[in-house]
Design a protein around this ligand. Sequence first.
Ligand SMILES: [Zn+2]
Length: 475
Amino acid sequence: MRRVRFSPAGWFVLLLVLGMACGKPPRPRIDGREVAPPEEELPPLDEEGVPYVDEEIPVDESWVEVDESVLEKVEGDDLIRVGLVSGVRTLTLRVLDTVEVLDLSGEVQARGAGPGRLRIAVARRGVTIDGPGMDAVGVAGAGVLLRVEGEGAHFEAKDNEYPGEMLILRGRDGRLTLVNIVDLESYLRGVVPWEIGRPGPESLEAVKAQAIAARSYTVAHLGRRKQLGFDLWDGVGDQVYRGLSGTNELTDRAVRQTRGKVMRYEGRVVQAYYCSTCGGHTASIQDVWPRPAVPYLQGVRDAPRDESAWCRLSPHFRWTVAWSAHQLGDIIRRWLPAEVDEVLSSKDIGVLEGLEVVERDTSGRVHRLRVVTDRGQWEVQGDRIRWLLRPATGRFPILRSTLFTLQEYRDDEGHLIGVRLQGGGFGHGVGMCQSGALAMAQAGRDARQILEHYYRGVRIESLKGGREQWERELP
Ligand SMILES: [Zn+2]
């Protein structure tokens, strides 16, 4: 593999620029205006730390193939199916009390008495299940449903506690999928604390806004992962859900006080995307992903009139990432093929010579980025830029946002020696900015005002009927 040779002077310049905390780097711009940086180092929003996480690396969804007809048998009026585990050959759950094992026609096949572990394994024509107070039972068919009895009965799996029932699906590929079947409001109790954190009572209205956004997102995405046998993943690919673990008095109160409330736009429940920190301006959905424009998911300036951004106290409001040309070249050779949908070897990509911002969207985010090497040029668009420009070190697996300015460093001969980004925000930027929502609540805004700021033109209304009715309202 060919590498650019760096002169000693070049290295000196690189180390100097990477090490400099001050200097005058360009600032991100929004609508041609500089976004004001925070004047001083500001503390994080809350001491416990908001679990700022964003999209996770997608799992290989070809793992499972589920007979969708089995799902109809476990459909309840307000039940949500959440995928917890997929693509495994054995599963272990813990139960504290009595457990019933039903086949998918609803017949009880076995009963066990906890506490103890249930072990479910793939068998030739179904699954076997072994547990406390029951001998290994074979159940033919596409899976089993587990039901626990008693006050406060729950399951333990993945180091979490789960309410509701557990559905274990045996895919045609001989792999198991674990699905938690839970009513909508209990599901939200397990989502809200992981999505907006556990702030103090002064932030209740932001937590209520989060509960309404998460409820709307859930209803608008029912059946999203239907081919996998459930509605939504329990991770950041959809909404983080950990059952009863992490529930908290304030987040429970926010769910309770907004019970059944969703946002609608022209009569349909909205796809309420949200993200950690917008950096000063939210993004429009069509600029981030190759999807049609949606009126209520258009970028808004996230600041009160003539003031600095609502989310300026977020630890992610401004950040810097830097690479040596060598590091970034390796990263680009590794990730470029996936982000341009091409089969390319390292040799095809060659040696990185530079990056160019071709176009910014109206929020100031980089919309088209050109990668220039000694072998060719490629363009990466929208949110995919985050999956390409991955930091070389640190705790963020992908770039925090596409709201950044780019600075290249070159040696005397013009060879690229390093790249530095000055960026703002964390997440895709579409919909509600969670850090901004927390700040708005602390400034006295209520949940309705917060939601109407981020999702223009929506109405907050009550859900009617059950799942069948909700599915008719899908956007
Ligand atoms: Zn914001």
